[in-house]
Design a protein around this ligand. Structure first.
Ligand SMILES: *[C@@H]1O[C@H](CO)[C@@H](O)[C@H](O)[C@H]1NC(C)=O
Length: 158
């Protein structure tokens, strides 16, 4: 659909702007962590780099750094899933917006590999970053079954 952005009554002319076509950026990514098994534990909080890119429309997710960068101001949805490693005491991770942590989710290992999943809707400014970090002393697991993923997409510019 479109909306009228300028109407000149005297000249009976009308300019329209498309909201669903090329003017609206297409942003969606999804990536799996690794095929190599256990990640962590480390002595310091560590950036998680999801290297298995499933989708990266708009090229907003950087698979070398693990960082998503918002190309426009808007409302975005992000989610992750992760599985804990069976011999690690704690499995979980942190999500950050710019330098600020926005969630810290995890669990004690008890009965085997267990999943932690969550999602969050964020109003981002252009250039804001969103990324996942592994808390100090914690571990996560992934292999070619794609247990641990990080995904996000633009709901609408705003
Ligand atoms: C994991 O993801 C890759 C890439 O999409 C896919 O080829 C593979 O089949 C997936 N693994 C499983 C077990 O589904």
């Amino acid at each position: 659909f479109c909306r009228v952005v300028r109407v000149e009554v005297g000249h009976l002319s009308c300019k329209i702007e498309s909201l669903s076509g090329q003017d609206r950026p297409k942003v969606a990514f999804s990536a799996g962590l690794t095929n190599s098994g256990k990640v962590g534990p480390f002595n310091t909080e560590t950036q998680l780099i999801y290297t298995k890119v499933f989708t990266n429309v708009g090229n907003t997710y950087n698979p070398n750094t693990g960082i998503f960068t918002a190309p426009v101001r808007g409302v975005y949805y992000f989610r992750f899933s992760m599985v804990s490693y069976e011999t690690a005491l704690l499995g979980g991770l942190n999500m950050y917006r710019n330098g600020q942590r926005i969630l810290h989710n995890g669990q004690y290992y008890n009965a085997g590999n267990e999943y932690v999943c969550n999602g969050v809707t964020l109003h981002l400014q252009k250039g804001d970053t969103v990324y996942m970090r592994l808390p100090n002393g914690w571990a996560v697991y992934d292999d070619d079954s794609n247990h641990s993923t990080f995904s996000g997409f633009l709901l609408f510019p705003m």
